[in-house]
Design a protein around this ligand. Structure first.
Ligand code: PEP
Ligand code: MN
Length: 338
């Protein structure tokens, strides 16, 4: 961290400030006194220093971080890729393409079991399905809640596919004990109290990027979970809000290689929520694979026209067959090319 002091900073203020930094944060402070201003270089772990507090001092001209504020999610301190491995052997990260597929919402036993069978046959290794749904309108279908999780467990019993479902409140955690991967939706990416609770458990968390969040904010949210001791975080790029209206969101494809460079955590892409349009799922999924994504999360419904949520972006099982074939082919080609 570099701090530039104003010319009016007195010798006493400077000594008091640098002593405080050394004492409070255990950092080494290098001081360069110039004719116009004094510059401080802080060496050590500056991630715990509140940059706003420093900037608010009336003798501070400016302050700049030269090191990322996230530590546990940072590839610098963990060069090897993190691979999430479930007890059943299914993996996310580490060079294979993982697919999480299933309906936006769990609706009926018949629906979830039929979709689970079909996505499994097409090669998906994980089943998704929302039981608690974050809907924009309070009048829209809110999900089957606990019953939805029961139906997911039923589908897992029949297919062996691990289940991925979204949590909206820490108060619901007891219902998620038997869920394999807990999803934090875009709208809750900065629900810090929820993230802290998820840091206390030992279960993989699929963390989706907020609608208007930066890459650094996504990594800081991952850091919240990891700081609590739960290091099994999967990052998800699901499109961000831009001025474009053709698509539901804009897939930030560059986030994939950037996240992979900045962090060791696996990165998956959600082409369904990124586009909102079923026919766009295939090209966006292909782009995600080409950009280096470790996985995809794709919405599939046995009857999209009748879906209780997100029917317009849901693939039929037949359409999903084709997309799965193409992305696995692309992934093996990329893998073969190294
Ligand atoms: C979902 O996956 O069903 C969902 C609501 O996604 P997001 O949080 O990305 O909008
Ligand atoms: Mn959805």
């Amino acid at each position: 961290m570099i701090i530039v002091l104003k010319p009016n900073c007195t010798v006493e203020q400077l000594k008091h400030f640098t002593d405080g930094l050394t004492h409070d944060y255990n950092v080494k402070v290098n001081t360069w006194v110039g004719t116009q201003s004094t510059v401080l270089g802080l060496i050590g772990d500056t991630s715990v220093i509140d940059i706003d507090y420093i900037a608010a001092q009336d003798f501070v001209e400016s302050v700049k971080r030269v090191q990322e504020p996230y530590k546990k999610a940072n590839r610098k301190f963990h060069p090897d890729d993190t691979v999430i491995e479930l007890p059943g052997g299914q993996r996310i990260g580490g060079g294979t393409l993982s697919i999480i597929a299933g309906p936006c919402s769990v609706e009926t036993e018949e629906q979830i079991c039929e979709v689970a069978d079909r996505v499994k046959a097409a090669g998906a290794q994980f089943l998704r399905g929302g039981a608690f749904k974050p809907r924009t309108s309070p009048y829209a279908f809110q999900g089957l809640k606990a019953e939805g999780i029961e139906l997911l467990r039923e589908a897992r019993k029949k297919t062996g596919l691990p289940i991925v479902t979204e949590i909206m409140s820490a108060a619901h955690l007891p219902l998620f004990e038997d869920v394999d991967i807990i999803q934090v939706g875009a709208r809750n990416m900065q629900n810090f109290e929820l993230l802290k609770e998820l840091g206390k458990i030992r279960k993989p968390i699929l963390l989706k990027r907020g609608l208007s969040s930066t890459i650094e904010e996504l990594l800081m949210s991952a850091e919240y979970i990891m700081a609590g001791g739960n290091e099994q975080v999967i990052l998800c790029e699901r499109g961000i809000r831009t001025y474009e209206t053709y698509t539901r969101n804009t897939l930030d494809i560059s986030a994939v290689p950037i996240l992979k460079r900045l962090s060791h955590l696996p990165v998956v892409v959600d082409p369904s929520h990124a586009s909102g349009i079923a026919w766009l799922v295939e090209p966006l999924a292909m782009a995600a694979v080409a950009a280096g994504a470790d996985g995809l999360i794709i919405e599939v419904h046995n009857n999209p026209a009748k879906a209780l949520s997100d029917g317009a972006q849901s693939l039929t099982p037949d359409q999903f067959d084709r997309v799965a074939k193409r992305v696995f082919q692309a992934a093996s080609l990329l893998h073969a090319e190294g």
